[in-house]
Every structure is written in structure tokens, then in C-alpha cells.
Design a protein. Structure first.
Length: 132
């Protein structure tokens, strides 16, 4: 991973890759995804049996090579990446639900979970009222 000291780059909820990587991961060009209203492109980053979810972002970062990904130090700790040696992660397409369910910002994560539980309780209440 690459450590970046740029205030315009948010490594906490984003993973930065080269622009060409989008087509390899999502099987379409970024401009096609923008036209189809897919505004949130979510990546599942996996190492051994641990995984994290981050937004795809592309920005020119010095030292970011074709097969590299820039993530935060906290993300590295969550994945339990070794300090030395080989640090190969698997990057694949994911969806909005696990991204928000496991969000790095606790306020976003808790709000989303409360909203989902509230929706579930409302649906159960609706079903029970229809049954009676």
C-alpha cells in the first residue's frame, strides 16, 4: 500500500486504484456506470479470511502502479496485513448494503443499521396488520 500525505485524498472510506482498474473489476467503463446512475462503486478487499468494503476512487497518486491499491493504515490493520513480506489482497466488486453495514464512520454505520431495523419492524407490523 501507499501512504499519502494529501488532505484531498480520503483513504478512510475509499480505496484508490488506477483508472484502468475500474473496467477490470466492474466489467464496464466508469463513464458507462455514471450514465446508468450507478454512483457508488463499492470494492470488497479481502486478505485471508478478513474483508473490508471501500468506495472505488481514482486519482493520480505518485507511486501507484497498475496492480497496486492505496488504502489507509487502519484498513491495513482491519485486514491484518503483515508488516513485511508479500501483501497480496483480492479486490472484487461488491454492493452498497455491506458497504454501509460495515462503514468506517460509526455514525453512518449506526444510522444505517437503525434504519434497516426500523424498516424490518415496519414491514412486520404491516404484515401483522394485514393478517388480522
Amino acid at each position: 500500500s501507499i501512504f499519502v500525505d494529501d488532505p484531498n485524498i480520503d483513504l478512510e472510506c475509499c480505496a484508490y486504484l488506477q483508472a484502468k482498474a475500474y473496467k477490470e473489476i466492474f466489467n464496464k467503463k466508469k463513464k458507462d456506470a455514471s450514465q446508468s446512475n450507478q454512483r457508488l462503486s463499492v470494492l470488497k478487499i479481502k486478505y485471508d479470511n478478513r474483508c473490508i468494503y471501500r468506495k472505488y476512487a481514482s486519482k493520480p497518486i505518485e507511486g501507484l502502479k497498475k496492480d497496486c491499491i492505496a488504502i489507509s493504515g487502519n484498513s491495513e490493520q482491519q485486514l491484518n496485513l503483515p508488516r513485511n513480506g508479500e501483501r497480496t489482497v483480492t479486490v472484487s466488486k461488491s454492493y452498497w448494503f455491506p458497504f454501509y453495514w460495515h462503514h468506517t464512520n460509526s455514525a453512518t454505520r449506526i444510522s444505517f443499521r437503525i434504519g434497516m431495523w426500523g424498516l424490518l419492524i415496519a414491514i412486520i407490523g404491516l404484515v401483522l396488520s394485514v393478517i388480522k
